[in-house]
Design a protein. Structure first.
Length: 255
């Protein structure tokens, strides 16, 4: 009987980009950062502070995320901006706009080293704690990669690589789940559902990246996948099966 090769949910080009991205992050941060990363979950153990959608609550969450990502929050100011902001595009060089759509967050690194870095997020996104974590993790990824001079801000894939960094450092559950979410809305006596997208990577690529993360750490069927959306779990399982099959093929003796 011939064993059928599992099918990947991503293209060969996307798979190679993820592999290359993990290699680049490994060179920039060290491979041990991936192996020792704590997988952060949306639960009370990892976020024990009550969240009441206030700036004070978001500040506590921000400090906790900084600690998990090994970033000194004392060097960064957290700010919030209203939805109708337009002039920030002129002021902030690293405006995260979701491929031309309304931005969820931004990062500003001043040329004057005596000034502090700024991470900011859209005020309306504070309604959803999962979005808050995903946004802050992405912007702190900028602090690590751009603030640390580990990547050129003009790199074509700077934003997607920053999303990949959140996976590399254990925050992939948040950023992946927020890459495509259905949300129910109520307004003026009407209700319905809408799709909210956050970030720069599609769910399929996140699924493969999370499987690659788990595979590198020799995690088989990790319990944290139960926190992924149905689509992401499917993409993860297909990718994990492909990676295991590929590893077995590589280990087979030649001849």
């Amino acid at each position: 009987m011939f064993a059928f090769r599992p099918t990947l949910p991503v293209s060969g080009e996307d798979r190679q980009w993820v592999e290359s991205g993990f290699d680049r992050l490994g060179r920039a941060l060290g491979h041990q950062r991936l192996l020792q990363a704590r997988v952060i979950l949306p639960d009370a153990e990892h976020f024990p502070d009550p969240y009441d959608k206030s700036e004070a609550a978001a500040e506590k969450m921000f400090r906790r995320i900084c600690d998990y990502m090994q970033v000194d929050h004392g060097q960064i100011d957290l700010e919030f901006f209203p939805d109708e902001t337009s002039e920030l595009r002129k002021l902030m060089p690293y405006w995260s706009d979701g491929n031309g759509k309304s931005c969820a967050g931004l990062y500003f690194h001043p040329d004057d080293e005596s000034r502090r870095m700024v991470v900011a997020m859209r005020a309306s996104n504070m309604e959803d704690p999962l979005t808050v974590v995903a946004t802050l993790a992405h912007e702190l990824g900028h602090v690590i990669l751009l603030g640390g001079g580990r990547i050129d801000h003009n790199a074509k894939d700077m934003e997607p690589l920053t999303d990949l960094l959140t996976v590399y450092l254990g925050f992939g559950i948040f950023t992946a789940n927020c890459s495509g979410r259905f949300r129910q809305w109520h307004k003026d006596g009407k209700q319905g559902w809408s799709m909210q997208r956050l970030g720069y990577l599609p769910e399929e690529v996140y699924g493969y990246a999370l499987a690659r993360f788990a595979h590198a750490r020799q995690e088989r069927n990790p319990k944290w996948t139960r926190h992924l959306s149905t689509n992401l779990r499917s993409y993860f399982k297909k990718s994990a099966a492909w990676l295991e099959h590929d590893e077995r093929i590589r280990k087979q003796p030649i001849g």
